[in-house]
Design a protein around this ligand. Structure first.
Ligand SMILES: [Zn+2]
Length: 365
């Protein structure tokens, strides 16, 4: 049986709406079309596309809704930024609409996964009798990255109805909590958000939350908890800063039966790496070490997965040299096997753990 791969973090809509990227095309085709363009200059060559998902047996992708606050604007090209909550809501909503249009236009290639029933439909296609022959849709699981898409808590139910069941309250700091490069605890609004999210059954994504906020959340949140795209601080060479997970937060996520998606991004493997360094300074072995670190902390292989963040501010030029597209993550199989992981462990890390999480946490219908 095919080893399915699940990726818990890709900013597809942000790329679709910023650069006009069309993920029904292969990564190679997109690279040809974009050669010399601004998209490549500011976000690198794409690592993603439907034919590559197919080659890599990528059955599910957590597809983000993401916009940045205006203070993080990177240039004139960077248009999906917000200065106020009305604009934020509009941008997040536009991205969900972009996914709706994609699955309408290319229903043979992409389906939205809003419920456990949608999930099983996608999985049964990949595991069905026509495996390898039938049209295999990649399931897109919407994930809100950055809580400023919510103007107020009354809007939570609207997002739930539209199929968004996972929320990461932070990117940089938001009105709910401290975030990357902007530390701070949960605010009063953040506490109210977590209460409301838990009451409805939302998954809380701790990635980008400052440690103070993440620690508070681990103490009080009664719903499911994950880190969709975060590496372990102590396994990042020269790693420092709150974008990485300290050991106690990893242990807390494990206690909550959550899953952590590791990120094969060079600067999240060797923090001092820059784009002028050789890609060879990083390696897939370092990604295997990240996975192993989380599994060793947990004492089993049930809490690690992938959250590649591919195309989320970096591309081909900034990942280990073994990776040309997402399909190359399968090159980790022998590296994990060499570390003593058996077939069941490897399948769990590649997709089983995220699938279990979604089975437990998505609404039935
Ligand atoms: Zn992110």
């Amino acid at each position: 049986m095919t080893r399915l791969l699940v990726d818990a973090h890709q900013d597809l809509a942000w790329n679709m709406l910023t650069f006009g990227r069309d993920y029904t095309r292969s990564a190679a085709e997109t690279r040809r079309r974009e050669a010399g363009s601004l998209a490549v200059q500011v976000n690198g060559d794409t690592l993603l596309g439907y034919p590559d998902y197919l080659r890599g047996s990528v059955a599910l992708v957590f597809a983000t809704l993401f916009a940045a606050p205006a203070r993080a604007k990177s240039g004139e090209w960077d248009r999906q930024v917000y200065a106020d909550s009305d604009r934020a809501r509009q941008l997040y909503s536009n991205q969900l609409e972009a996914y709706n249009r994609l699955v309408e236009r290319a229903s043979d290639k992409f389906n939205l996964v809003r419920t456990a029933r949608d999930l099983e439909a996608v999985l049964s296609a990949w595991r069905g009798p026509d495996e390898g022959k039938a049209k295999l849709p990649v399931g897109l699981v919407p994930l809100m990255e950055g809580g400023d898409g919510l103007r107020n808590l009354d809007e939570l139910s609207g997002w739930w109805e539209r199929g968004v069941h996972l929320i990461g309250p932070a990117w940089m700091a938001t009105k709910f909590c401290g975030g990357t490069r902007e530390p701070g605890p949960l605010t009063q609004e953040g506490h109210a958000l977590l209460d409301a999210m838990a009451g409805m059954g939302f998954t809380l994504d701790l990635s980008h939350m400052d440690w103070a906020a993440a620690r508070e959340a681990l103490g009080i949140y009664e719903g499911p908890i994950i880190a969709s795209h975060s590496n372990a601080l102590r396994q990042v060479k020269d790693g420092e800063g709150n974008r990485f997970l300290p050991d106690d937060v990893i242990e807390g996520i494990v206690e909550h039966e959550g899953v952590i998606g590791v990120v094969p991004f060079n600067r999240f493997l060797v923090q001092t790496w820059t784009i002028s360094d050789r890609r060879e300074a990083c390696s897939l072995e370092m990604v295997a070490a990240q996975i192993d670190y989380i599994c060793q902390k947990a004492g089993n292989a049930q809490h690690a997965g992938f959250g590649s963040d591919f195309d989320g501010g970096f591309g081909l030029q900034q990942v280990p040299p073994e990776i040309d597209t997402i399909a190359d993550l399968h090159k980790l199989v022998p590296l994990l096997a060499a570390r003593g992981y058996n077939e069941a462990d490897i399948n769990a890390v590649f997709g089983g753990n995220w699938i279990n999480h979604l089975r437990k946490s998505l609404p039935a219908t």
